[in-house]
Ligand binder design. Structure first.
Ligand code: NAD
Length: 480
């Protein structure tokens, strides 16, 4: 049991004002593994004040971009130093297979901080723009104290994609991690302090929805960077809208994998845990709608069933496991409800459809594939966030694009084809923020995010810095 007694403010443990607690449960064993304080509005206020003080502290404010880059690289080193501890802690909290955590949430996290260090150095703070009639300086100032609100499925990497550009731009931060993954946020805080960030630059308040809502509403927070559900994103956007506070919102998805009629279906086996159902389907860009040509429908369903059938469920701390439990009993209930909804809607279960018989503890759900699915069914329209795929038939390429785009979401997608040019032509027509051809993997140097119900704004790539600065134009008196 880990009993975390403090929040983290001004590079030091901070005794919480209230007595509320968050209880953490290992989803693979169903055992309670620890508690963390639930920060109240007074705690959030203390963290926001610290972040605003640090914003004007010469120790931070006075750093050049190269100085900030140096600290970001030291943070990457401090993460690498804690790699083993971080990986085990994340898997124990959220059930993500440890191999995936090491690669995605630890190595990927330090790589992200190094990427943003390079970007800080490469991005001039001021640019002079001269025409025969004018001479203007365009300046990039840090937007202010940023509130980061993170989900449990990528507790380090999804923070790095926000904290990296925030620090690179000279902002300060208050992080509110998901309650399920409260513990690793404190390792990050220690790493940031070890790296040498001045007090108040990075602060952590643990807690649930109420803590997050207090952070969003705080007038001392200049911007919100959020990843989570579309429902929470809408609530946050309302509050931010009323305060004219910018927000980057990375929300849910119901992405489509389009199997073109020339697709090599043998590719599917290797892609199940990367594209179709990574982290047992608890990844926002999972391609949970598989669109198959009517002429090859049966063999497509067979290929998807074969691929999902290869999943190795079990203890997520073992290197051999590639399919862990769902994060909580609540999440498992939700996924089981959707499986029931699919059956009632008349879809056929081609694989799974319940709990694995050989695992008597842990919040596991068997890899599940529905066939005979129409895109109007709820299991094709709503984000399930579990290991449930639906295979939807289409008539021709235009029909495939129509179905892919007939969604309330628009985050990811993949086109499978033997002809990359044809794949590119289809990818251009898919209405999402990101899309892959015969593979899908977000890259540090390209913007990531969604359209429609999948959110607003982008993370990663040089463009991501724009969300963390205010632009100021300084005019010189025009020549008379
Ligand atoms: P969630 O929305 O319930 O919670 C996310 C975070 O927001 C948590 O820290 C939570 O405490 C906080 N929160 C919830 N309501 C809030 C409110 N009204 N005000 C302020 N904070 C609030 O989501 P979850 O269940 O933790 O995460 C899963 C969701 O995240 C899925 O929908 C998934 O698609 C989405 N997600 C999106 C991306 C992406 O990049 N687009 C990546 C990963 C996950």
């Amino acid at each position: 049991m880990t009993t975390l007694e403090h929040l983290w403010i001004d590079n030091a443990p901070h005794r919480p004002h209230g007595s509320g607690l968050v209880h953490l449960v290992n989803p693979a064993t169903e055992q309670e593994i620890g508690t963390a304080p639930e920060a109240d509005a007074a705690d959030v206020d203390a963290a926001v004040q610290a972040a605003n003080r640090a914003l004007h502290d010469p120790a931070w404010h006075g750093l050049t971009p190269a100085g900030r880059a140096e600290l970001l690289r030291a943070l990457a080193d401090a993460i690498d130093k804690r790699a083993a501890e971080l990986a085990e802690l994340i898997t124990t909290q959220n059930g993500m297979p440890i191999k995936m955590v090491r690669w995605g949430n630890v190595a990927g996290t330090s790589a992200s901080y190094r990427y943003f260090a390079d970007l800080a150095e490469a991005t001039p703070i001021e640019q002079e723009r001269v025409t025969p009639y004018s001479r203007t300086r365009v300046r990039r100032d840090p937007i202010g104290a940023v509130g980061i609100i993170a989900p449990w499925n990528g507790p380090q990497i999804l923070v790095a994609w926000k904290l990296g550009p925030a620090l690179a731009s000279g902002c300060t931060v208050v992080l509110k991690p998901a309650p399920e993954t409260s513990l690793d946020a404190h390792l990050l805080a220690e790493a940031a302090a070890d790296a040498g960030f001045p007090p108040g630059v990075f602060n952590v308040v643990t807690g649930g929805r109420e803590t997050g809502a207090a952070l969003v509403a705080h007038p001392g927070i200049a911007k919100i960077a959020f990843t989570g559900s579309t429902a929470a994103g809408r609530e946050i956007a309302k509050v931010c809208g009323s305060q004219l506070k910018p927000a980057t919102l990375e929300l849910g998805g119901k992405s489509a994998a389009i199997l073109l009629d020339d697709a090599d279906l043998s590719l599917i086996n290797a892609q199940v845990t990367r594209i179709f159902s990574p982290n047992s389907g608890q990844v926002c860009y999972s391609c949970t709608r598989v669109l198959a040509p009517r002429s090859r429908y049966d063999e497509s369903v067979e290929a998807v069933v074969e691929g999902m059938g290869l999943a190795r469920l079990g203890d997520p701390l073992l290197d051999t496991t590639n399919f862990g439990p769902l994060v909580s009993s609540r999440q498992r209930d939700r996924v089981e409800d959707y499986i029931g909804i699919g059956k009632n809607e008349g879809a056929d279960v081609a694989l799974g459809g319940g709990r694995p018989a050989d695992l008597d503890r842990g919040f596991f759900v068997s890899p599940t594939v529905f066939r005979g699915v129409d895109n109007s069914m709820r299991i094709a329209r709503e984000e399930i966030f579990g290991p449930v795929l639906v295979v939807i038939p289409y008539d021709d390429d235009d029909d495939a694009v129509r179905i892919a785009n007939d969604s309330d979401y628009g985050l990811g997608g993949t086109v499978f084809t033997s002809d990359p040019e044809r794949g590119l032509a289809i990818a251009r027509r898919v209405e999402t923020g990101t899309v892959g051809i015969n593979g899908y993997e977000p890259t540090l140097d390209s913007p990531f995010g969604g359209v429609k119900g999948s959110g607003m704004g982008r993370e990663l790539g040089p463009e991501s810095l724009d969300g963390y600065v205010e632009l100021k134009s300084i005019y010189n008196a025009p020549p008379l």
